[in-house]
Design a protein around this ligand. Structure first.
Ligand code: NAP
Ligand code: HSE
Length: 433
């Protein structure tokens, strides 16, 4: 007799609808792919009467969590509500009842991953979360399994589709920030509250998850240094282009001497860098491992069907494990405790844009301050835009310098009477040799 595995989907928004569509459209394939039919027994929604694209059989839609948690035939919970509560409580309750979990919820994992992983490990249950990082791109499973023999040294990526879409539209189509954000929201890329996207927190959660897996140590959201894209102006995008760079929101996680650095901020990426050509809602994650060398994972980082694709990869894996009675094989890999390097100790190249009085000696006085703090300049360009006569716009690029030294120098320059304003300070990534 054909086996059937009952699942419940929690939340029926952008991703939930994509998952249900794939399950129904490809119903005839599941037995061949994972040894059992996948049956959506329940879908938890907030309002049962809302009009939806998919017609469910009578009794599937419910607003009552008790109908799901108390149904022992439901073996897999696919959590696609997002946010911390009630998702956290529901997942904990489900694990305690022996149900396997598939989730796309990076908010939850980046802050409360530990307790959830402990519970799943204790119960030998599956907890899969491929869609929580970089939407449709397989990256969690490659890091945990395919690259398991490597010591990972660096993970670097464009992991937020909304901000990548915004920066691409501002640069290539001359859209305003507001227009581009509206477009990302309409296309289903943005979080319910888009400040998590544009403020860099969505990417920071993903980098926390990736760093935890790559370096086998728990990295939480609070350990990640975060800056978003709200301060990036068309002028910065234009100046960066003239210098041979594109500005991207990049997540960087590195390990050196048992210390882990994890950060998300805008970066001037050289046009020849593999991440420079990653545009629109596409994401890419670059991974360097000691055995494999350089690898890069690329694809749609957000949106209904790409994200549903990752969720379904996990569902197929869990159902396969159920059929073969081998759940809990792939569990938490944070078996070490490493120190987190504070951002003040990180070395970067910087791009600085500022407006100063256009008088003799001003440049020299700025150079003196930089020299006092050990900041070596790679280039200084005076822009001749539509400035008032007595004001000059300067664009400075530095050599590698420690963050705290650069910040100290900027503090002093900001207070100088010749400084009209500091426009922007953005870190610069250089091509590897
Ligand atoms: P969404 O469109 O906002 O959908 C969430 C759904 O959950 C909504 O339908 C909402 O109902 C429902 N919901 C929220 N709280 C609920 C509750 N207490 N009880 C029942 N239903 C509840 O979000 P999404 O974009 O699909 O994202 C889902 C998850 O996937 C999030 O964790 C997100 O971070 C992650 N993710 C999304 C993407 C993407 O491209 N969208 C990509 C990767 C990962 P209402 O409609 O009534 O509000
Ligand atoms: N809001 C997220 C993004 C969705 O724009 O990348 C994927 O997690």
């Amino acid at each position: 007799m054909m086996k059937k595995v009952d699942i419940a989907i929690l939340g029926f928004g952008t991703v939930g609808q994509g998952v249900a569509k794939i399950i129904y459209d490809k119903a005839s394939q599941w037995e061949k792919k994972c040894g059992a039919e996948i049956n959506i027994k329940k879908v938890l929604v907030r309002k049962a009467g809302k009009k939806r694209d998919i017609e469910f059989p009578e009794g599937v839609l419910t607003t009552d969590w008790n109908e799901i948690i108390n149904d022992s035939s439901i073996k897999v919970i696919v959590e696609l509500m997002g946010g911390i509560e009630p998702a956290r409580t529901y997942i904990i309750e489900a694990l305690k009842k022996g149900k396997h979990i598939v989730t796309a919820n990076k908010d939850l994992l980046a802050e409360y991953g530990e307790e959830i992983f402990e519970l799943s490990k204790k119960g030998k249950l599956d907890l899969y979360f491929e869609a929580s990082v970089a939407g449709g791109i397989p990256i969690i499973s490659p890091l945990k399994q395919s690259l398991a023999s490597n010591d990972i040294k660096e993970v670097m990526g464009i992991v937020n589709g909304t901000t990548n879409y915004i920066l691409t539209k501002m640069l290539k189509d001359g859209m305003s920030y507001e227009e581009a954000l509206k477009g990302a929201q309409e296309l289903g890329y943005a979080e319910a509250d888009p400040t998590a996207d544009v403020g860099g927190y969505d990417a920071a959660r993903k980098i926390a998850i990736l760093a935890s897996i790559a370096f086998h140590t728990r990295v939480k959201l609070k350990d990640v240094y975060v800056e978003g894209i709200t301060g990036i102006t068309p002028e910065d995008l234009m100046h960066a282009a003239e210098l041979g760079y594109v500005i991207k929101l990049v997540g960087i996680a590195r390990e050196e001497n048992n210390e882990v650095e994890a950060r998300v901020h805008p970066v001037l990426v050289p046009v020849k860098h593999p991440l420079a050509g990653v545009n629109d809602s596409f994401n890419a994650v670059y991974v360097y491992g000691d055995a494999v060398g350089e690898t890069m994972f690329f694809g749609r980082g957000a949106g209904r069907m790409p994200t549903a694709s990752s969720v379904m990869g996990d569902v197929v894996e869990v159902v396969n494990n159920i059929v073969n009675d081998c759940n809990g094989r792939v569990s938490c890999t944070c078996y070490e405790k490493k120190k987190i390097k504070p951002i003040q100790e990180v070395n970067s190249n910087f791009y600085l844009r500022l407006h100063v009085s256009d008088k003799p000696g001003v440049l020299a006085s700025i150079a003196t301050v930089f020299s006092k703090y050990g900041v070596s300049l790679a280039s200084v360009i005076q822009k001749n835009g539509k400035q008032r006569n007595d004001v000059a716009e300067l664009v400075v690029v530095t050599h590698l310098v420690k963050e705290k030294d650069m910040q100290e120098a900027i503090k002093v320059i900001k207070e100088m009477s010749s400084t009209r304003r500091i426009d922007n300070l953005i870190r610069v990534e250089q091509l590897k040799d």
